[in-house]
Every structure is written in C-alpha cells, then in structure tokens.
Design a protein around this ligand. Sequence first.
Ligand code: FE2
Length: 191
Amino acid sequence: MLQEIDYPISVQFDFESGTFDPVKVRTDRCVSDLALMFADKKVVQEIINNGDRLVYEIWYHPFETSKSDMALGVTRILPGKVGAEYHMTKGHIHERDDQPEIYFCIQGEGYLLLQTLDGDFRAERWTPGTISHIPPMWAHRVVNTGNKMLIFVASYHLSAGHDYQPIEEKGFKKLVVETDGKVAFIDNPHW
Ligand SMILES: [Fe+2]
C-alpha cells in the first residue's frame, strides 16, 4: 500500500541560476564554517573579524519514501580565495562505507578531490558537463579554481551520512592554491 511519500515528485532546475524549485533546505557555508579547513589561519581570522564571507550554498531536497531515500543537492561555490587557497567545500566521507555518489558539474571550472582513509588521492578536472562517480570509501571535496560560480548537482542516498571529522583533523593531501596566476597543487603540511 503506497503512502503519500511514495508518489513521484519533480523539481524544476534553472540552468542560469543553478537553483531548483521547490527547495526544502538551503544551507550557507561561510569562511567561519571552514575555519578548520583553510590552511591560512591568519587570513581566516581576518575575514571573520571583518564580518565573515559566504563560500558556498547548498540547495537541498531529501526525497524520502517508505522504502528508501534519495537526496538531491545543488551546490554553488562562489569564486574567490582564502589566502592563496581557492574556495572549496568542507569535504566529507560517507558514514556508511558502501555508499557512492554522483556529482554533475553544471557551470564553472575546478577540481573534484578524492581521497581514501589510507591516503590514496585523486583530482578530477571539472568543466561544465563533467559527471563524476564517487565510489564508496572515498572522501570528496570540490574546489572552484575559476572566476565565476561553480555549480554542481549531487545525488546520493540520505542514509549514506556525512562524516567531516577525517577532513577536519588532517584535510586532503594536497592544497589547491594560486601560484603566479596559475592553479597549483601543493603538499598539505598537516597531512
Ligand atoms: Fe557525499
């Protein structure tokens, strides 16, 4: 017997703005939310002291049914840097180690960083239209290295869960920074 939550739902995505309607939840992440992630703590503190700054937004719709669940998320990362380091998402690994995810780059350019708990590291170059499969057991973060908004769509099971702790403790092996006007990957001294 179907319950009300078991019926199909559609939302409308706007390719220009990178938003969809209706949206259930919108979450803003500011520099203060990423204080543990950005490497240049002095610059982080200066930005917070000057009123903080938006780094990215997540527009989110959980589709829960009586049998299973699926989340739709759209993330919009503003262009910019904190010190030399490009704007990026916090990065997380799924609490469940059997849960993958699909990311679809709609607009902008950058990198998807992937890393296992053992330290295997990959960086996938992103341009509009890149679709990446994030296998289970890989932490993931998106970095906006371009000069306009980077927008991507994510789809995953809600039950996958988000674990930020491994990233808060050590981060990713590489920092993505601007050096002499170019994108560079440098070793993370805290790894
Ligand atoms: Fe994820």
